[in-house]
Write a protein that binds this ligand. Structure first.
Ligand code: TAP
Length: 453
């Protein structure tokens, strides 16, 4: 059995059966058997079933939010927002089956047309930081496009994925179309990657594991999409609304206790605005409410595990000065206070590696060129923000940053209808929006000869 731990109390909150390679093989066989019938479901009926799944999730949204808040240690208000996005995601892709359009292409001697065909069985591998949200980003477009799914949640947070399978069955989605295997990545994830009957792997997680998945998938030429790590920059120019930028910056890095691939963990501030920015940032950080995820007032919960807390703590090595820290409860639970560091530049470990915890590094810059150079000086390229009162400059800098998702005068990264994913070593492919559907289908080209003779 897997003992599922509640990070705020460090106590066991549930036990679920631990899947191994054999269970993955069985799940893939079920998904393979279900595929021909599922792809043949009329588009309007597939839409109806997915809308039913969204309705079923909405009806249980309150319980799912509590489950997610307890298991992932996230504030209940955030968990509610996430379950809302899950429902929205299934509704958005419920409209897709009737909109998977092909083309007709003028050619000599006949008619050429294209179709978007499902891939078959797809393997979805999901991390623990946004368990059901990231699950929905993959499951909804995969099912809408006519694929069947084997879903592997993170071993630390399997509970809402198991509920999703239950709700899908209640909504009338046939058995075998969505299969959940809860077990360790090194066993279940790896077996999915190796399995000859799995056509595609969609993975979200660390860049290190992503590299192994890309290499493993190459053996059977699987399609692969990867959403990986980040080291994003929040670039604040002196002509920005400094109070607004400093009030928003902490939530862009301490949201979800910093366990967010989009965390803007490098805050680049134009030197002329450094003093007022730091003063405003300190006020916000010191007033952050860190505590019980189920308390409505909580803004930040614990880290996911003790070993992860040790990793995050290793970034406070004494070499980089601490500017200030907020409060956090004492144990039990894996608490860590929001922490702001002032490194001498972009070369130190905390500015180069993903912390995946509530640790921000503030780095000053002189001018636009230096801001762009520092922001781009990383192997990652997932998200980021530009704060400026000069619209042309903000757009110029947004275009110059090598990153997949960027916001101006805002820290928002994710909307269901717009593409999400990384440049450079932050990933391959896009989730959300219409782009995701392309990654769950292949193009078939059919030529129909119409000329006689
Ligand atoms: P990982 O350790 O990479 O785990 C992610 C998933 O992969 C888990 O389900 C894990 O299973 C599984 N896994 C581990 N080893 C595997 C293997 N050898 N073969 C196949 N699957 C394997 O990441 P994490 O620590 O859970 O999550 C944090 C990372 O995810 C961060 O780097 C973060 O940036 C990234 N992330 C990226 C995004 C996007 S959208 N770019 C979003 C969220 C998180 P088990 O945990 O059950 O062993």
């Amino acid at each position: 059995m897997i003992e599922v731990i509640e990070p705020a109390s460090a106590e066991v909150m549930a036990e679920v059966p631990r899947a191994g390679a054999e269970e993955v093989d069985e799940a893939v066989a079920r998904a393979k058997a279900a595929f021909p019938a599922w792809r043949a479901v009329a588009p309007a009926d597939r839409s109806r079933l997915l809308r039913g799944l969204a309705d079923g999730l909405e009806a249980r949204a309150g319980d799912l939010a509590v489950l997610e808040a307890r298991n992932a240690g996230k504030p209940i208000a955030d968990a509610r927002g996430e379950i809302g996005m899950v429902v929205e995601c299934f509704r958005y892709y419920a409209a897709a089956p009737e909109r998977l359009l092909g083309q007709t292409i003028p050619v000599a001697g006949g008619v050429d047309m294209t179709f978007r065909e499902p891939l078959g069985v797809v393997g979805l591998i999901v991390p623990w930081n946004f368990p059901l949200v990231i699950t929905s980003w993959k499951t909804a477009p995969a099912l809408a496009a006519g694929n069947t799914v084997v879903l592997k949640p993170a071993e630390l947070t399997p509970l809402t994925a198991i509920e999703l399978e239950r709700v899908a069955l209640e909504a009338g989605i046939p058995e075998g179309v969505l299969n959940v295997v809860a077990g360790p990545g090194s066993v279940c994830g790896q077996r999915l990657v190796e399995h000859p009957d799995v056509a595609k792997i969609a993975f979200t997680g660390s860049t290190e594991v992503g590299r192994g998945i890309a290499a493993g998938a190459a053996r059977t030429i699987k399609r692969v999409t990867l959403e990986l790590g980040g080291k994003s920059a929040n670039v604040v120019f002196a002509d920005a609304d400094i109070e607004a930028a400093a009030a928003a910056a902490p939530f862009a890095v301490f949201g979800n206790a910093g366990q967010d691939c989009c965390a803007r963990s490098r805050i680049l501030v134009q030197r002329d605005a450094l003093d007022p920015f730091m003063a405003a940032l300190e006020r916000t950080v010191r007033s952050m409410v860190v505590g019980d995820p189920l308390d409505e007032a909580t803004q930040m919960g614990p880290l996911i595990s003790e070993s992860h807390r040790e990793t995050v703590a290793s970034f406070l090595d004494g070499e980089v000065p601490v500017a200030f820290r907020g409060d956090a409860p004492d144990g039990p639970g894996y608490w860590f206070p929001p922490t702001v560091l002032e490194p001498s530049g972009n070369d130190v470990r905390v500015a180069r590696e993903e912390v995946f915890g509530p640790v921000a590094a503030v780095i000053p810059f002189e001018d636009e060129a230096e801001a762009v150079a520092i922001a781009n000086d990383t192997i990652y390229g997932l998200s980021g923000s530009v704060w400026s009162g000069d619209g042309a400059r903000a757009l110029r800098v947004a275009r110059a940053l090598d990153t997949g998702v960027i916001s101006i005068n805002s820290n928002s990264s994710v909307r269901v209808s717009t593409p999400f994913g990384g440049f450079k070593q932050s990933g391959v492919g896009r989730e959300l929006g219409p782009d995701a559907l392309e990654h769950y289908t292949d193009v078939k080209n059919v030529y129909y000869a119409t000329e006689e003779g």
